[in-house]
Write a protein that binds this ligand. Structure first.
Ligand code: SAH
Ligand code: MG
Length: 215
């Protein structure tokens, strides 16, 4: 159990989801075998629904890993939607490129290699959908940089914001995660208080937050 939902709830929700096939199914197996934290199935499903509603033209992702979520976002957005995704680990970038090259989305996905805090400052484009899924201790910094790149009516989805439930209660916090937990709490307060934005936290997967930019 991930301390966020009862196992029976999670199992039930998962049992409703369509099974992915082809490359995505393979990537799920690879992620499991190699302990790569790709989006959980029910979170992927939220992304899909949000993408269908929002119909973004330009997506930004922070944290590519093996390209799993980037491929999901490509699959669920229009043919002329571009996806830019940032990853600092060379081995991950290579793996992601290899995986993406096996999909019909290779021309729509661009991987930028580097530390997100730096890469974000070099971007000139505007985005209408941003998926934040990298170092949790830096979400505040990422967010503050991302909002400058976000269009009006744009949304930011932040993954893993409840971090195994630790963010919601001290009872679950293990000592070496104290700083990350503190930072995530600050982050969630911030996105709920900041003027001009409306946010919600959804206890699904490892906890996600959705932030909408009013203007
Ligand atoms: N979004 C992916 C999973 C990402 S896992 C999916 O669901 O398929 C998080 C990734 O973020 C890791 O590969 C890690 O190397 C990368 N990362 C963490 N901190 C980062 C940073 N500061 N800059 C760039 N990449 C970062
Ligand atoms: Mg995640």
């Amino acid at each position: 159990m991930n301390q966020i939902n009862e196992e029976y709830i999670e199992d039930y929700i998962r049992s409703l989801l369509p099974r992915p096939n082809g490359v995505l199914e393979e990537l799920e197996e690879y992620a499991l075998d190699n302990h790569i934290p790709i989006v959980q199935p029910e979170v992927a499903q939220v992304l899909k629904v949000l993408l269908k509603i929002k119909k973004p033209k330009n997506i930004l992702e922070i944290g590519t890993a093996i390209g799993y979520s980037a491929i999901i976002m490509a699959e669920n957005s229009s043919e002329n939607c571009k996806i830019t995704t940032i990853e600092r680990r060379r081995d991950m970038v290579e793996k992601a490129l290899e995986n993406i090259s096996r999909t019909p989305y290779r021309d729509r996905i661009t991987i930028l290699e580097g530390e997100a805090e730096e890469v974000l400052l070099s971007l000139n484009d505007k985005y209408d959908f941003i998926f934040l899924d990298a170092a949790k201790g830096q979400y505040m910094d990422f967010f503050n940089k991302c909002i400058n790149l976000l269009n009006k009516d744009g949304i930011i989805i932040s993954d893993n914001v409840l971090y195994k439930g630790m963010v919601a209660t001290d009872k679950l916090v293990v000592r070496r995660k104290k700083t990350i937990v503190k930072r995530l709490r600050k982050y969630l307060s911030h996105i709920n208080e900041i003027q001009g934005y409306t946010s919600c936290v959804i206890p699904i997967g490892d906890g996600i937050a959705i932030t909408y930019k009013e203007e």
